[in-house]
Ligand binder design. Structure first.
Ligand SMILES: [Zn+2]
Length: 116
C-alpha cells in the first residue's frame, strides 16, 4: 500500500502526503546503506541489515525523490497499470505489447460505430 501510494503520487507528479513520507522515512531508516571504496578504486554500496520492508521503503524513496522521479509512470493500457521508468520523454506505455493493445482498444469504438 505504501509503495503503491508513493508511486501513484510520483507518476502523477504530486508530492507524497505527509503520512506516506513519514512512514517511508521511518521504515527506510532501519535499512541504511554504507559506501566504501574497493581496492581497485570502485564505489561499493553495502546494505546494513534491515528487513525486506525497510529495503523496499528505501528503494521507493529513491524512486519518489531521486533523480529518476520524473520518469516514473503508470501504464494506462487496459489490464496493465504497472509502474515503470520511461526511457523516452513521450513514452506512454510500459511495453510495445501494451501500446499495441491500447491502440487497438481505442480503434474498436469507431469500428462499432460504422456497424450501427
Ligand atoms: Zn503496460
Amino acid at each position: 500500500g505504501l509503495v503503491r501510494g508513493a508511486l501513484e503520487a510520483t507518476a502523477g507528479q504530486r508530492p507524497l502526503t505527509d503520512s506516506l513520507r513519514t512512514r517511508l522515512n521511518e521504515l527506510a531508516a532501519s535499512a541504511p546503506v554504507v559506501f566504501r571504496m574497493t581496492g581497485d578504486g570502485f564505489l561499493e554500496q553495502r546494505e546494513q541489515s534491515g528487513g525486506a520492508d525497510a529495503v523496499l521503503a528505501r528503494r521507493t524513496l529513491v524512486l519518489a525523490a531521486g533523480p529518476d522521479r520524473l520518469r516514473v509512470r503508470r501504464c494506462p493500457a487496459p489490464s496493465c497499470g504497472m509502474y515503470f521508468l520511461a526511457r523516452r520523454r513521450d513514452q506512454a506505455w510500459c511495453s510495445l505489447g501494451c501500446g499495441n493493445r491500447a491502440r487497438s482498444t481505442r480503434r474498436q469504438p469507431r469500428e462499432t460505430e460504422t456497424l450501427n
